[in-house]
Ligand binder design. Structure first.
Ligand code: AMP
Length: 494
């Protein structure tokens, strides 16, 4: 199916053509007709499904058909500045022939351009709740003529403690409006919000596993102190140009990026400490391909939308199984194929079990051929480096001589098949595959560990839909207060 049947305004359609979309994604096929018809819509969809265009195209259509100058007519509320920025860009690209303008409003950057945009009555405001409320309470902007409200990633807004702010914003909007709410999961709090916000909504649910069906998952059991070398070796063999690496903390993200950078490989990190400008620079570099490897924390990576991320590497396992689903959602997006590689130490066995439960499949263990898994933790290291190499957790990580869970005898009963019987070839670094001929210098360990070829190739599995979502993230405002209220979680450690 093409975009023609939606009967979008010609100038909106020309934007669709300009960005190169040929067929609508399932959330677009199902959602756009209802939004065009003016219905309130509850969209059960996660980032990566094409939900932004599902609401942006009908909004652009509405605004371009009946232009009004100097009036803010659509408000999109999103949990993070990255997501807000992406939505704003989507409006800019899809609406490039319409003359409709959008502006972002979020914390961490100067207020003046935002104040000017709000007071000018920009057509579409894409905002994070905290800064928007601040500016509204200072008397800037006027939301009394908003025709369409979008609450995006509502479950994340709940996770981040934004719902009270969202409700305060809702009070400033006219009752007579169209409301669209998108959420990957439906916790009780979001059900209440739906009841309060939407009138007679149509529910549109897409198979939330869809973007991840193109992802091949693999676990690499490894002692904590060998993770960096293993990653270096994988990066050499992949010769990959867009790899997203996740660490547990911002300190580890920064440090790992410094360690990996060099020798023709350009590596950046994004973490909560960076200014918005520095984050954007790193992201833009990654998008352009100038930065080959981006090391990020869960929080900083929220909403990263870079097409064609070839590999997601969980250098540290995530804190929750939901975070795993979110992390791997950064690859295999919009039908591109991707590999999700997770380093697991003996301490991670419990989380691995939980992740496998969510995926509904056992993830294949892999051993990299000719990589020396027996190099001990160097005796002489400064305290900081020792801590890093042990996994960054006091007392965690390396346990002298401990066997790496799952590495040996991998594959109880052999590798399982992809659920569909189809799928794509496994991760390129899979054991048993020849080393890439180009550019692969020997691992610094040198000594072959042996037995590599007996390890099975990774399987291709798709996560079950009902478990997506739930990542805890970072907001622009009152973070410390929110974290303590929510009792920490992944965000508290970033
Ligand atoms: P979203 O879920 O809105 O974050 O979109 C995820 C990615 O899919 C973005 O990079 C979009 O540009 C891309 N995308 C959205 N709709 C389509 C489409 N119909 N065809 C191809 N790519 C799309």
């Amino acid at each position: 199916m093409s975009f023609e049947p939606f009967a979008l305004h010609a100038r909106v359609l020309s934007g669709v053509r300009a960005v190169g979309y040929t067929d609508p994604t399932p959330i677009q096929t199902q959602g756009i007709p209802h939004v065009m018809a003016g219905r309130d819509v509850l969209g059960l969809a996660q980032t990566g499904t094409g939900k932004t265009a599902a609401f942006a195209l009908p909004i652009l259509d509405r605004l371009v058909r009946d232009p009004k100058r100097g009036v803010t007519r659509a408000l999109v509320v999103a949990p993070t500045r990255e997501l807000a920025e992406q939505i704003h860009q989507a409006f800019g690209e899809l609406g490039q022939a319409t003359g409709i303008k959008s502006a972002t409003v979020y914390g961490g950057v100067g207020m003046n351009p935002q104040i000017q945009a709000m007071n000018r009555g920009v057509d579409v405001i894409v905002a994070c709740p905290g800064r928007l409320l601040d500016l509204l309470s200072q008397g800037h902007g006027d939301l009394s003529r908003v025709e369409v409200l979008v609450l995006d990633e509502a479950d994340h807004m709940f996770d981040m403690g934004f719902l009270p702010d969202v409700r305060r914003i809702l009070r400033q909007l006219p009752r007579d409006r169209q409301s669209l709410l998108f959420s990957a999961t439906m916790p009780e709090a979001i059900r209440h919000l739906v009841d309060e916000t939407l009138t007679d909504p149509v529910t549109v649910a897409v198979d939330r596993s869809a973007p991840a069906e193109t992802v091949a998952h693999a676990l690499f059991p490894v002692e904590a102190h060998l993770k960096t070398e293993l990653l270096r070796e994988l990066l050499r063999r992949w010769d990959a140009r867009r790899v997203l690496v996740f660490t547990r903390t911002k300190h580890r993200a920064k440090r790992l990026a410094e360690k990996l950078d060099g020798g023709g490989l350009f590596v950046s990190s994004i973490q909560g400490n960076l200014s918005q400008r520095r984050r954007q620079e790193a992201l833009d570099g990654f998008r352009r391909g100038d930065v080959h490897v981006l090391v990020a924390t869960d929080i900083a990576a929220r909403g990263i939308d870079v097409a064609e991320v070839s590999h997601v590497v969980n250098y540290d396992v995530p804190d929750t199984e939901e975070a795993y689903v979110h992390r791997i959602g950064r690859t295999g997006r919009a039908r591109h194929e991707g590999d999700a590689v997770t380093f697991v130490t003996p301490d991670d066995a419990d989380m691995v079990r939980r992740i496998e439960k969510v995926l509904g499949e056992r993830i294949e263990r892999q051993r990299l051929e000719a990589f020396d898994y027996d190099v001990p933790l160097p005796a002489r290291l400064d305290a900081d480096e020792r801590r890093f190499q042990r996994g960054g957790i006091a007392g965690g990580g390396q346990r002298g001589g401990a066997r790496v869970g799952g590495a040996r005898g991998g594959g109880r009963g052999g590798p399982s098949r992809p659920p569909s019987g189809g799928g794509r070839p496994p991760a390129r670094a899979s054991s048993g595959e020849p080393r890439s001929s180009g550019g692969g210098r020997p691992s610094s360990g040198g000594r072959p560990s042996g037995g590599g070829s007996s390890h099975p190739r990774p399987q291709v599995v798709a996560p079950t839909p009902q478990h997506a979502g739930g990542e805890v993230g970072e907001g622009g405002r009152s973070r410390r207060r929110r974290r303590s209220r929510r009792g920490g979680g992944a965000g508290a450690r970033d």
